[in-house]
Design a protein around this ligand. Structure first.
Ligand SMILES: Cc1cc2nc3c(=O)[nH]c(=O)nc-3n(C[C@H](O)[C@H](O)[C@H](O)COP(=O)(O)OP(=O)(O)OC[C@H]3O[C@@H](n4cnc5c(N)ncnc54)[C@H](O)[C@@H]3O)c2cc1C
Length: 380
């Protein structure tokens, strides 16, 4: 295996501590949370008390001021343990919503909201997608029009991760409906604001422990101080944040591939057919050799992208390549590993069966893989 050189000893210790905590606190309860379709607030509070939410926020705002590699190790361990829904929703809170506040929020917004997000009391969501479309964000219908010292928000969002639990959503809305990208602004919307309501917890085919919802905004008044950054800059902010968001999906994808191959190697050594372990068939050996090779290639590319991100040099195009290629690979690897499990692979009791349905969303959210190819094509 090609050694990973990005991580220090401190990262390795952090990784081991996270894994031990997740194995003890989350793994035994995860099947129940999948049946419930949601992770309880107590798990969020546990993450907060353990200092594992929003780890990159600086110490003077209540965080631990860690580098992004701490977040990477956490994502990898959650994914490796098959806690894919939790990886998605914790990352949404800590590494997708929080950076908007850190980078574009006012000092007042940061001081007001970040400590509560770090403690897991305020749970973040990012509401961009609407029932009418997610790929073409410039045509969103949700509007926030000037009203007194603030804005009046009307519209609807769907497929929103953390949608049931969120009490601090960043909502994208048109402040100038006649403009495209330049008409979009971002707003912080507290859960208790009058006119903000949530639809049902959507029934997904996988990622069952991740709550995903419709959100409704019916004449919600938002004070001007809840505007994130500058009016009309929301689309630009979203485009700036997408490379890291997409790289996180690639990080999850590679960790999921590694786990699937490992589970399958173990299974094939145990399971017998025709009086011998299925691991002894050449088809099994070659298939696992192929999947391990492709996973290793993905690992090297994604690690390089992580390195570029740390240097502030990850371009939108490379992040799109990483997202599209690794999530396609994830679906292929998990499917072929499931095949090697035979009928047991189709049972939810087996991690590979759950990974199969969990993996499918990866090619859709964060921008579909077709949109990734659109982005890459721009520099053909
Ligand atoms: C589990 C889950 C969690 C999610 N979490 C969030 C969240 O927290 N916040 C949020 O805002 N959204 C979230 N989403 C929404 C997700 O980002 C959108 O589903 C995604 O961007 C696609 O939008 P859409 O579903 O409207 O599909 P559409 O935009 O309708 O696309 C349908 C199909 O058309 C293709 N297509 C569209 N345009 C083009 C084009 N120009 N060229 C070629 N093909 C094209 C797409 O690739 C796709 O195959 C989540 C989705 C899921 C499944």
């Amino acid at each position: 295996m090609i050694p990973r050189t990005l991580f220090s000893e401190e990262h390795q210790i952090f990784r081991e501590q996270c894994r031990a905590l997740f194995e003890k606190e989350f793994v035994p309860q995860h099947a129940q949370w999948e049946r419930d379709g949601i992770v309880p607030r107590s798990a969020w509070q546990f993450m907060g008390e353990s200092g594992l939410l929003c780890t990159s926020v600086s110490e003077h705002l209540g965080g631990i001021g860690a580098d992004r590699l701490m977040a990477v190790t956490m994502l990898e361990e959650l994914s490796d343990l098959g806690l894919s829904g939790m990886a998605l929703n914790f990352a949404m809170h800590s590494e997708i919503v929080t950076p908007y506040l850190v980078k574009y929020g006012s000092l007042e917004q940061k001081e007001r909201w970040l400590p509560a997000m770090i403690r897991g009391e305020r749970i973040g969501a990012l509401a961009m997608t609407e029932p009418g479309g997610g790929s073409d964000l410039q045509r969103m219908k949700t509007v926030a029009l000037p009203d007194g010292d603030g804005f009046r928000l009307n519209g609807q969002k769907t497929f929103i991760s953390n949608g049931q639990l969120t009490n601090l959503a960043i909502v994208a809305a048109k402040t100038n409906p006649t403009e495209g990208a330049r008409g979009i602004s971002l707003f912080l919307v507290e859960g208790e604001r009058a006119g903000f309501s949530k639809g049902r917890n959507l029934e997904k085919i996988g990622l069952h422990s991740a709550d995903t919802s419709e959100l409704f905004f019916d004449d919600v008044w938002i004070p001007a101080e809840n505007l994130v950054g500058e009016e009309g800059q929301g689309f630009r902010y979203m485009m700036q944040e997408l490379p890291w968001e997409r790289l996180q999906l690639a990080i999850v994808a590679v960790a999921a591939c590694e786990a699937a191959v490992r589970w399958t190697s173990d299974y094939c050594r145990e399971r017998e057919a025709f009086g011998r372990p299925i691991a002894s068939f050449q088809n099994t050996q070659f298939r696992l050799a192929e999947l391990r090779t492709e996973t290793q290639i993905a690992r090297v590319f994604v690690d390089r992208c992580i390195g570029l991100l740390l240097e502030g040099k990850l371009e939108i195009e490379s992040a799109a390549m990483a997202k599209y290629w690794t999530t396609d690979l994830q679906c292929k690897v998990v499917d072929q590993c499931l095949q090697l499990h035979g009928g047991y692979g189709y049972m939810r009791e087996y991690a590979i069966g759950r990974a199969f349905v969990d993996s499918r969303a990866q090619r859709i959210y964060g921008g579909t893989n077709e949109i990734m190819k659109e982005i890459i094509s721009r520099t053909n």
